[in-house]
Design a protein around this ligand. Structure first.
Ligand code: SAM
Length: 230
């Protein structure tokens, strides 16, 4: 393994597994073992992961509701020369997870930000989908209510492959609305990526809707929709 010194006063953004714990990178383990402090979205969830890799470092919580309070506190630590790693419950912090505010503030304050490559749900979902990867747009979660229809209308004429995150209790509704607004199109649902019940279901928006209407819906989902043909 290569040597990597942990840099003082540096903010590390560290991706963690989205399912299979073996997806953690050697570098992520090294950085998490070496930093002074780890800020985690849910400290109980992250403690299980960190214990698994025998990483025992001071942990503080960092989630959307305490972000505005935490950012100045954590920035103070960085300015004192402490090294800090941000992790989320799963995947890459800053991708549909907290981290954006601390990253932008750190940049404004001339604090070094290092983002490690690593697990995130949408890249394997896109790659396995078989839909065009040459250009794509990642939208994360659609708005729940306000702005939802406007966002769908905005995406209707998008020619790049569209990637969405969705929760199990809204997947049917979203597939239905996508079909209503976009018309029937090629689409793929990737569920439980890197977990025991991983599935990549390829079809059209209508066929996926009927597939999911007839089964119990559990797990985590990425929806990939073909862009409009120009
Ligand atoms: N930061 C994460 C990342 O880098 O992908 C995303 C966090 S976001 C709060 C959680 C959403 O990511 C889930 O609702 C689901 O849409 C997607 N997701 C996370 N893990 C997944 C998995 N193993 N399989 C499919 N989708 C997943």
């Amino acid at each position: 393994m290569s040597e990597e010194q942990i840099l003082a006063g540096t903010l590390y953004i560290v991706p963690t597994p989205i399912g299979n714990l073996d997806d953690i990178t050697l570098r992520a383990i090294k950085i998490l073992s070496g930093v002074d402090l780890i800020a985690a979205e849910d400290t109980r969830t992250s403690k299980i992961l960190l214990d698994h890799f025998s990483i025992h470092k001071p942990l503080v919580s960092f989630f959307s509701q305490n972000e505005s309070l935490r950012v100045p506190q954590l920035l103070e630590k960085l300015k004192e020369g402490k090294s800090l790693a941000i992790i989320s419950d799963a995947g890459t912090p800053g991708i549909s997870d907290p981290a954006y505010s601390i990253i932008t503030t750190a940049i404004q304050e001339n604090i070094r930000v290092i983002a490690l490559p690593g697990p995130t749900a949408f890249i394997p979902a896109l790659v396995a989908s078989g839909l065009p990867t040459r250009s794509f747009v990642f939208e994360g979660f659609l708005p729940n209510k306000k702005g939802r229809h406007t966002k769908l209308l905005e995406l209707k004429n998008e020619s790049r492959t569209i990637i969405l995150y969705e929760s199990p209790h809204r997947i049917l509704k979203t597939l239905q609305e996508l079909q209503e607004v976009f018309g029937d199109r090629d689409a793929v649902v990737a569920r439980e990526i890197s977990k025991k019940f991983e599935e990549i279901i390829r079809g059209t928006l209508s066929s996926l809707h009927s597939t999911f209407s007839s089964r119990s819906i559990k797990g985590e989902y990425v929806i990939i929709v073909a862009g409009v043909e120009k």
